[in-house]
Every structure is written in structure tokens, then in C-alpha cells.
Design a protein around this ligand. Structure first.
Ligand code: GFB
Length: 318
């Protein structure tokens, strides 16, 4: 079985490679950023025609934290829309039988009920700080749903909550909160600083899922004969950003104080997924946050020592 993993160099894609590399009978089809431009329809069509994979997982996209999303909405909308359209339509034209598209918990409305059920999709306006990214991910989800309905192909989606783990982006302007704080706290310890600056008020709540759990959830839904069109993937529990700073201070050994930069946005007040659908199907997350943070801090230090730490935003995290 030939499995194409789009975006295999990113946080999720590299976890998918680790997960599927141990699956017997699976041959991975991978293309780096320099080899295949997923925003080019002609390039993607030529790739599919040459490789003819049986299955595809679309984990590619331009990704980033609240600041990157908020300041570059056009790039987030256009690039993710192009990648979704090209990889899904191209797969259909090349006869790919099954495809899994990765969305995001930010597809749900800003004022969705918490925890957010799958049914809250399109029930209200989106959170303004990541509207571009969310619209592109909703389009990808809808492409899968409509292609499945009209053409009979088994294309479906998963909606992960905020992810973290090895191979994350540690660029302080573009990254998500968890890797940003690991780097800030770790550097503060090294430089013997008394203070770390975090963004916003610390009041927003976020749910964090280890990326190895995410890869396992993808493998699980790909085994389902009749999967839901989209299903939430999370842990079912959240913490405030203030609580997260305390956990990261503990893991990194930082004993100073945290200052809150109120000029930076908070984003959604809460973003907790309702995971009952996936739980009922038989999957649940295994890695708890304290354990996941310890492992991620260890990979941060190892990546830093090896010189592979991503500290600058790439044009696209594909
Ligand atoms: O992870 P994050 O950038 O994105 O920020 P979202 C989460 C919260 O952490 C916000 C606060 O309230 C930030 O203000 N925060 C505190 C920080 N200190 C920091 C810091 O040093 N860096 C960062 N980045 N945040 C993203 C979306 O939203 O989540 C994407 O923009 C995507 O579209 C992703 O859905 C999963 O959780 O707010």
C-alpha cells in the first residue's frame, strides 16, 4: 500500500512518518518542500500521475501561532486553500482511494459551546485572529465531504486541537504558545534572567495534544470502514495559559517571574474540543500534559544540541 504523507517535514507530518514507518506493508511516498510545490496544481498533478499512491494524508500547510495568523491572514488563507484544493482534487483525479485531511480546532465558531462538538461547524462567526486559516481548513473539510458524497471516494477529515511535540517551530514570532514558552523559559534559565515575557493576559484556556497521539488517532480513523466526515481529536481537558507557564517553569527549572504583555492578543477565550465521538469509536489520547512537556523539553534540548532546532519561520511548513 503506497501512502503519500503531504507535509512530512512538519510537526504532524514527521509524527505520521514515525507512526506509519512501523506499519507492515506500507510504503511511504514523501516529497520535501524543495521537491514539490503543493500550491502548484500542475506540479501536484504531475506528482500524483507519476506516483499513483493508494492513500494520502494531507498534513501540509502554512501553520503558525496567534501572531503569525493575525498578521499574515492573506498568506494563511491563500496557501492553505491552494494546498487543500490541489492535494484533494489531484488525489481524486489520480484515483487515490482514501484520503485523510487534517484540519484544526479553529474551524469552529468563536462563540461555539465548550467543549466544541462537531455539529458547531458553521454555526457562527469565526475567531478573527485566525479566520484566514480557518476558512481554508473548512474548505478542505468540505472538499472531502462533497467528493465523498458526489464521487464515492473515501475522503474524510480529522480536527486536531493545539498540537505539540518533537520537530516543532520555535520561532518566537511565528510559533504556537507551547514551543514559544519552552524556548523562552529555557533561555531564561541559561541566561539567568529573572523574568520571562508571555503574551496576552494568561486567562485563555487551551487543550494540548501530543503529536504522537495525533498520529495514532490518524492511523485509527484510517482503519474505520465508515468514518465520520470529520471528527475532533483532543484530550478532552484544557489548562489556562497561566497554568501552562507554571508547568513549563517546573519542567525547565525556571524560578523567576512571568510578565504579561497585554499588547498581544488573547485569541479565543477557550478552545476545548468535544471528543465524545472519537471516544465512542474507541480511541483516546495516552500522553498526559506533564509527561508530554517533559518529553518535548528533552527533544528541544536534543534538537538544539544537534543544530536542527527550527528557530525561524519557513515560508511554508509543508
Ligand atoms: O498557541 P497560540 O499562538 O495560538 O496562542 P491560538 C495561544 C495563547 O497563548 C494566546 C498566548 O492567548 C496567546 O496570547 N501566549 C502567551 C503566547 N505567550 C505566548 C507566546 O510567547 N507565544 C504565543 N504564540 N502565544 C492558533 C491559531 O491559535 O492555534 C491557529 O492561530 C491554529 O490558527 C492553532 O488553530 C492551533 O491557540 O490562539
Amino acid at each position: 500500500m503506497k501512502l503519500f504523507i503531504a507535509g512530512h517535514q512538519g510537526l504532524v507530518g514527521s509524527a505520521l512518518v514515525r507512526r506509519f514507518a512501523r506499519e507492515p506493508g506500507v510504503a511511504l511516498v514523501l516529497r520535501g518542500r524543495g521537491e514539490l510545490d503543493l500550491s502548484s496544481q500542475a506540479a501536484v498533478d504531475a506528482f500524483y500521475a507519476a506516483e499513483r499512491p493508494d492513500m494520502a494524508i494531507i498534513a501540509a500547510g502554512r501553520v503558525g501561532g496567534i501572531n503569525a495568523n493575525n498578521t499574515r491572514p492573506a498568506e494563511f488563507l491563500f496557501e492553505n486553500l491552494a494546498i487543500a484544493a490541489n492535494t484533494i482534487h489531484g488525489a481524486y483525479r489520480a484515483g487515490v482511494k482514501r484520503l485523510l485531511f487534517l484540519g484544526s480546532s479553529c474551524i469552529y465558531p468563536a462563540h461555539a459551546p465548550q467543549p466544541m462538538p462537531e455539529e458547531s461547524l458553521l454555526a457562527g462567526p469565526l475567531e478573527p485572529t485566525n479566520e484566514g486559516y480557518a476558512v481554508a481548513k473548512i474548505a478542505g473539510l468540505k472538499l472531502c465531504q462533497t467528493y465523498r458524497r458526489q464521487y464515492g471516494v473515501l475522503y474524510h477529515s480529522v480536527m486536531p486541537t493545539n498540537l505539540y511535540g518533537p520537530c516543532d517551530n520555535y520561532d518566537l514570532q511565528g510559533s504556537h504558545v507551547l514551543p514559544a514558552l519552552i524556548r523562552k523559559y529555557s533561555e531564561a534559565v541559561e541566561e539567568r534572567k529573572a523574568e520571562v515575557v508571555a503574551w496576552g493576559t494568561g486567562a485563555p484556556r487551551r487543550e494540548f495534544l501530543h503529536v504522537d497521539d495525533m498520529a495514532d488517532a490518524c492511523a485509527f480513523v484510517l482503519e474505520l470502514a465508515d468514518p465520520p466526515d470529520w471528527v475532533n481529536v483532543g484530550t478532552g481537558t484544557d489548562v489556562s495559559i497561566r497554568e501552562l507557564t507554571a508547568l513549563i517553569a517546573e519542567v525547565t527549572g525556571f524560578r523567576g517571574r512571568v510578565a504579561w504583555d497585554a499588547t498581544k492578543p488573547d485569541g479565543m477565550a477557550r478552545k476545548l474540543l468535544d471528543v465524545r465521538r472519537l471516544t465512542a469509536l474507541g480511541w483516546k489520547a495516552r500522553v498526559g500534559l506533564p509527561e508530554g512537556l517533559r518529553a518535548t523539553y528533552a527533544s528541544y534540548l536534543a534538537e538544539k544540541a544537534a543544530g536542527t532546532l527550527r528557530t525561524e519561520s519557513r515560508k511554508r511548513q509543508a
